[in-house]
Design a protein around this ligand. Structure first.
Ligand SMILES: NC(=O)c1ccc[n+]([C@@H]2O[C@H](COP(=O)([O-])OP(=O)(O)OC[C@H]3O[C@@H](n4cnc5c(N)ncnc54)[C@H](O)[C@@H]3O)[C@@H](O)[C@H]2O)c1
Length: 472
């Protein structure tokens, strides 16, 4: 039976409230009520991981290094992947976790009462089902990008988070990138003047990974290729979009209203598959995904955001990372800035010396506090660690998270809407206001930081703050 949206919301609210575990006080939040939501502080944070393929293990290793974090459950389709991570925990002096495996092992895991946060790094189609079920079981949720593939699933996340008062944060690690955070700091200092335009992208040659088999280090069951076979538009929009939305205060003063999206023809994957795997299912099945997708978003305050996706062309990696306003521009790949504070005109990028000074002056406090540790621990140059660090810090101290469920939904909504638009000659699509109007009153994301000493990191006073050693 197809549920209408209203029916679905009612069912989801009831289901959420009914299934929430008894040991947590669960209050339903009204539409928009999770915008500045802070859960009671959880000093000893118990984390369960689901999805231990290419992405998940790195997260296990990073989180295991955080004081006050205990990994209590590990789950993957493959038993040996859960066992491997458990062996890593024990080898590194941590208590072993409970293990779950198989297609539905995550369901059994969610019944456990020693889980505060479920960290979900499974293939895309499992993001929303596991996140919704986890919240209904009283757990906070951190879910990989994109959090949902359809508008209906975006609403399911929003309504379940509101009904259960559980956090649902999408793990948009690029919001913690060094340059993205410089851009955010510059935006907050007003250095761009009035921000009117942004550009972001996911341009990453994934052809070899997409076609690789599991024993060659490929994705589980070729999940990404299978998605690309039947979908077009932009299935992976959030890496470029998230940081721009934070700089523009989307869902916190402005809101994305509509988009138009056009995809190029598909050529790169077929050519690659025919050249590398002729006369196999890989060459025979023709992906729907256009090589290049370009989307333009309009916001309520009249700003524009351009987002691109191309994972099939032989192009160097780029997220573009461009913020443009009435007094300046920042762009990345390579990192460049041009400023015009006095309206004299800016026709060239600033020189390297000036750029280095600006980057040092505008270094985000989070990078100042923990950037060196983050670089040492790793994960996309440190941004993954900073994301996990902030997530745990906020949960341990009862603070609102940097990304809320409305961000997860709004940023992920592009998956369905870009496909609809691209299949319809770029027809304009409305972007739902997942905040139910709360974007008008929600405070912008501040320039946030962490207190490493408060978290229990051993900070050696004799060395610079950036050289603080992990206590583990
Ligand atoms: N934010 C980032 O920078 C970034 C980088 C890489 C991947 N990702 C995201 O992480 C997620 C995982 O990507 P990946 O590259 O690790 O893919 P992967 O295929 O290597 O890993 C997925 C894992 O999920 C497991 N799995 C499949 N079905 C399962 C089930 N029913 N129950 C439990 N486990 C199941 C698989 O066995 C596999 O180990 C994706 O959503 C991807 O978009 C994000």
């Amino acid at each position: 039976m197809e549920l209408g949206r209203r029916d679905f919301l009612a069912v989801s609210v009831m289901a959420g409230a009914a299934a929430a575990t008894a040991n947590r006080s669960v209050m339903a939040a009204a539409g928009g009520g999770m915008a500045a939501f802070a859960a009671p502080a959880i000093r000893e944070l118990r984390v369960a991981f689901v999805g231990l393929g290419m992405r998940g293990p790195g997260a296990v290793h990073r989180m295991a290094k955080l004081p006050g974090v205990k990994i209590t459950h590990l789950c993957d389709f493959f038993k040996d992947r859960a066992e491997k991570q458990n062996a890593w925990l024990k080898k590194n002096g941590k208590p072993g976790a409970k293990l779950h495996w198989g297609k539905e092992g995550w369901k059994e895991m969610l019944d456990a009462d020693d889980i505060d946060l479920v960290y979900n790094a499974t293939p895309w189609d499992l993001h929303t089902p596991i996140a919704v079920a986890a919240m209904q079981h009283g757990k906070h949720v951190a879910v990989e990008v994109p959090a949902a593939l359809t508008i209906e699933d975006c609403w399911r996340l929003v309504k379940t988070s509101e009904a259960t008062s559980r956090h649902c944060m999408m793990l948009e690690n690029c919001c913690y990138g060094e340059v993205e955070m410089i851009a955010l700091k510059m935006a907050r200092e007003g250095m761009f003047g009035e921000i009117v335009h942004g550009e972001g992208a996911y341009i990453h040659d994934l052809r070899s990974l997409n076609y690789a088999d599991l024993n060659q280090g490929g994705y589980y069951d070729h999940w990404r290729l299978r998605h690309d076979m039947v979908h077009t538009g932009n299935p992976y929009p959030t890496h470029g979009l998230g940081p721009i939305c934070q700089a523009m205060n989307i869902n916190r003063g402005d809101v994305m209203e509509y988009l138009v999206s056009v995809s190029s023809r598909q050529a790169g994957m077929s050519e690659y598959a025919n050249a590398r795997f002729p006369k196999t299912w890989k060459a025979d099945s023709k992906p729907e995904l256009g090589d290049m997708n370009t989307t333009v978003i309009g916001t309520a305050l009249g700003r524009t955001i351009m987002i691109q996706h191309d994972v099939t062309s032989p192009r160097p990696y780029s997220r573009i990372n461009l913020i443009s306003g009435t007094r300046g521009i920042l762009a990345d790949y390579p990192f460049r800035v041009a400023l015009d504070p006095n309206h004299r005109g800016a026709h060239g990028w600033m020189g390297q010396k000036e750029l280095d000074k600006l980057a040092a002056d505008m270094r985000h406090p989070l990078w100042k506090t923990a950037g060196e540790i983050a670089k040492r621990i790793g994960g996309h140059g440190g941004m993954d660690f900073l994301m996990d660090l902030r997530l745990c810090y906020c949960l341990q101290n009862g603070l609102p998270l940097d990304q809320n469920v409305y961000d997860a939904a709004a940023w992920s909504s592009l998956c369905e809407l870009t496909e609809k638009s691209a299949r319809n000659r770029g027809a304009s699509q409305d972007i739902p206001d997942f905040t139910s109007g709360a974007w008008r009153t929600t405070e912008p994301l501040g320039i946030v930081d962490v207190d490493l000493a408060k978290m229990g990191f051993k900070v050696d006073q004799n060395v610079k703050k950036d050289d603080a050693q992990l206590s583990v």
